[in-house]
Design a protein around this ligand. Structure first.
Ligand SMILES: Cc1cc2nc3c(=O)[nH]c(=O)nc-3n(C[C@H](O)[C@H](O)[C@H](O)COP(=O)(O)OP(=O)(O)OC[C@H]3O[C@@H](n4cnc5c(N)ncnc54)[C@H](O)[C@@H]3O)c2cc1C
Length: 245
């Protein structure tokens, strides 16, 4: 395990009815370095045997000021996320990391990002990094982003992602919502509907999938069974897997 570090919860904002973004200012003398897609383990003073360890991916690339932006679902009855939902700015926190292998792959191919709910978080950090990389912009490579939630109001970072897809030529953004009449930019349906309709035309690409296991496993199966990918060729980050605890 990496060393425990301290930070102050500097700011918080609600992004959707059950999604909150928090910004931590680590006490470390130098800014932490990490790759988009990596995560930290918060050590929370709750649960039967504190600290309760909960992993959260960074929502932005590493920055000069060293701040860490996290974004999480409030899960009903979830011990860690309920605690974080009401945590106030000024709170002292402990964490370890950053760590993780769910990072931009070394490839010349296009990328397909598939996210459900807060599974968008690591992809948002990756997209922000790519948007500041002139070489990526010139490369001719594309990123297809499929991002689904239950309702339109749950689509966090949606305006920003829609604006990015208008600004850069390489981002192909497919927001989908399961319920309700679609507004101008999100279609009604599921992530798998979008993949079934388009993914075959995007080949060749590296698929990356993030969210809860109930979502990531069938999505990986789609890439394997419908498009012939090998299991290890589909990069997956499971939010409710046992590995990161
Ligand atoms: C590598 C990694 C990165 C992660 N990054 C993020 C992130 O950026 N944002 C984020 O919101 N969460 C993230 N998580 C999940 C996070 O660590 C916690 O598991 C989550 O906040 C629930 O903790 P809890 O104590 O509130 O719930 P618990 O008391 O542990 O209960 C979890 C229960 O809720 C279900 N569940 C529903 N939605 C989720 C969900 N989104 N995540 C986990 N379990 C869920 C689980 O299946 C389980 O039954 C990440 C997890 C891992 C392993």
């Amino acid at each position: 395990m990496t060393d425990v570090q301290t930070a102050v919860l500097e700011a918080a904002r609600v992004l959707a009815p059950d999604v909150r973004e928090i910004t931590l200012r680590p006490d470390a003398p130098a800014p932490l370095t990490y790759q988009p897609g990596q995560w930290i383990s918060l050590r929370l003073p709750v649960g039967e045997k504190p600290p309760l360890i909960r992993a959260y991916s960074m929502a932005t690339p590493a920055s000069q000021d060293g701040r860490l932006t996290l974004c999480f679902d409030r899960i009903e009855g979830g011990i860690g996320s309920e605690y974080l939902w009401t945590a106030e700015p000024g709170l002292a926190m402990e964490f370890s990391g950053p760590v993780g292998n769910f990072t931009l792959p070394e490839t010349d191919s296009d990328l397909v990002f598939v996210a459900q709910h807060t599974g968008i978080v690591p992809f948002r950090a990756m997209l922000h990094l790519l948007a500041t990389d002139p070489a990526f912009g010139r490369s001719g490579r594309r990123v297809h982003l499929v991002y689904g939630t239950k309702r339109q109001e749950d689509l966090v970072y949606h305006e920003e992602l829609a604006a990015m897809s208008r600004r850069v030529s390489w981002l192909d953004y497919h927001p989908v919502v399961l319920e309700g009449a679609p507004l101008d930019t999100a279609a009604t349906g599921s992530e798998s509907d979008v993949l079934a309709a388009h993914a075959a035309t995007w080949i060749p690409f590296v698929p990356m999938v993030c969210g809860v296991r109930e979502f990531t496993l069938p999505t990986r199966s789609f890439f394997m069974e419908q498009l012939g990918f090998e299991r290890r060729a589909v990069k997956v980050e499971n939010y409710n897997g046992p590995a990161a605890r």
